[in-house]
Design a protein around this ligand. Structure first.
Ligand code: SF4
Length: 217
């Protein structure tokens, strides 16, 4: 079977067992973008607490957040960990939004992905995974998000080589799958769920995993 067929069958198997993920959690695209930065190196529960602080303080707005002193922003997002670093990263992102879009995140949807993506990735502190999360989940651009779960799963199924880098892994999916925002959205979410529940770092719990039929015999 072609790689495209295999990847689509794996997608179908995960979706059949897990159902739709309805990602990314967030009430607005701006909240999704800030959540994507906050979730670096921490779990989602901690991100929720930080987002909740921002909402309670009525500052979850690009222009308002940009006007906040860094120390105040850091204090509000403290539950997400690395709060001083993340405050700077959020501020860098907000400065980009101000310079490029007068704080209007959604206006970036009118831009060309091939031009916008390098710009987003050039923001200090926004790596490819965070940048692609913002582009896919907040702005509906067809860019596939990969992460350590993806590398582990694909490696264990013989579909990616060891030490593959972010863009090599992303290219496997984007070369094989149609550029479909809904598909990319759900596929990454399903991989994260399979990774967290079955494809553990030490060893996969393969017997009960939705992807068990796809292991080489
Ligand atoms: S747990 Fe096993 S079957 Fe499931 S994705 Fe990982 S390697 Fe594949």
């Amino acid at each position: 079977m072609s790689l495209s067929g295999t990847l689509m069958d794996m997608y179908g198997a995960m979706l059949a067992v897990l159902g739709s993920s309805r990602w990314w959690p967030g009430e607005t695209p701006f909240e999704i973008a800030i959540g994507a930065i906050l979730t670096q190196n921490t779990n989602w529960k901690n991100v929720e607490k930080a987002l909740s602080n921002l909402k309670d303080a009525s500052v979850l707005d690009a222009e308002v957040l940009h006007g906040l002193p860094l120390s105040a922003l850091a204090e509000l997002i403290r539950p997400a960990g690395y709060y001083n670093i993340k405050a700077k990263r959020i501020h860098n992102f907000l400065q980009f939004l101000k310079d490029e879009a007068e704080f209007d995140l959604l206006s970036l949807k009118n831009r060309n992905l091939a031009e916008l993506r390098p710009q987003v990735l050039s923001i200090n502190g926004i790596g490819p995974e965070t940048g692609d999360c913002i582009l896919l989940y907040a702005l509906d651009f067809p860019t596939f998000v990969v992460d350590t779960y993806t590398a582990r799963l694909m490696g264990r199924h013989g579909l990616a080589w060891e030490d593959i880098d972010y863009h090599g892994l992303q290219a496997i999916f984007m070369d094989a799958l149609p550029a479909d925002v809904a598909l990319y959205n759900e596929y990454h979410a399903l991989i994260v769920r399979v990774g967290a529940n079955w494809c553990r770092k030490k060893a996969g719990l393969c017997d009960d995993c939705p992807l068990q039929p796809f292991l080489e015999q």
